[in-house]
Design a protein around this ligand. Structure first.
Ligand SMILES: O=P(O)(O)OC[C@H]1O[C@H](OP(=O)(O)OP(=O)(O)O)[C@H](O)[C@@H]1O
Ligand SMILES: O=C(O)c1cc(=O)[nH]c(=O)[nH]1
Length: 192
């Protein structure tokens, strides 16, 4: 669990935990992105696109990466990461420490400029990969692979919710820092 760096930001985080618990945790039988089964699903899109939560998500995720030197762009695999990256851009401008955002497509675009990474140019830049909920880590690692091929220096993966099912170990095995704003203890859920 990552306690925020100031009482105000920790209040933001606690309010986000309340909103996730009330509005984004769904119980039932779910198939996850990895094909695994689970009895709950955390639908963070409900909150990354919600006016009550999006500004705080930007501040919380900016705070989460505060100790990493030289980060100039953030983003991740579309679409979970996209509204988070945009929120971080706004929070970073408000904080006087601007960063840019990028979107990593699942496949390169088949028309126009044919790009797989949209937005900020990442070559030679230190970047952080974002995600909304991480289970196996496959999605952020796909973004890492695409970003590295494009010449980015990926330094960390930062998620809002960590489902605590092995992603941290996979990410750290890639030499990347692992950061999570909210974990299962915060939400009163068991790992699965
Ligand atoms: O850690 P993983 O096993 O990769 O699972 C987590 C991923 O699953 C969800 O995205 P999803 O694949 O549902 O795609 P979407 O963002 O396009 O909805 C979520 O937003 C994460 O990116
Ligand atoms: O593993 C996933 O696909 C997944 C789990 C979860 O709780 N939320 C989500 O958006 N994706």
């Amino acid at each position: 669990m990552a306690i925020a760096s100031t009482p105000e930001l920790e209040a933001d985080r606690q309010e986000l935990i309340r909103l996730i618990t009330e509005d984004a945790v769904f119980h039932g039988d779910f198939t996850l992105s990895s094909g695994k089964k689970a009895t709950y699903y955390v639908d963070m899109r409900k909150l990354t696109l919600d006016h009550r939560a999006a500004p705080a998500i930007g501040r919380i995720m900016l705070d989460l990466i505060r100790d990493i030197d030289g980060v100039s762009a953030v983003g991740g695999l579309t679409l979970g990461a996209d509204p988070i990256a945009n929120a971080v851009v706004h929070a970073s401008v408000a904080a006087g420490t601007p960063v840019d955002a990028f979107v990593v497509r699942k496949e390169p675009k088949d028309h126009g400029r044919g790009r797989q990474i949209e937005g900020a140019e990442v070559e030679g830049r230190r970047v952080v990969v974002l995600d909304d909920t991480v289970t196996t880590g496959g999605s952020p690692l796909k973004a890492v692979e695409v970003l590295r091929k494009a010449g980015a220096e990926v330094v960390a993966v930062a998620t809002i919710v960590d489902r605590k099912t092995g992603a941290q170990e996979r990410i750290e095995a890639e030499g990347l820092q692992w950061l999570a704003a909210v974990d299962l203890d915060d939400l009163g859920l068991d790992a699965q």
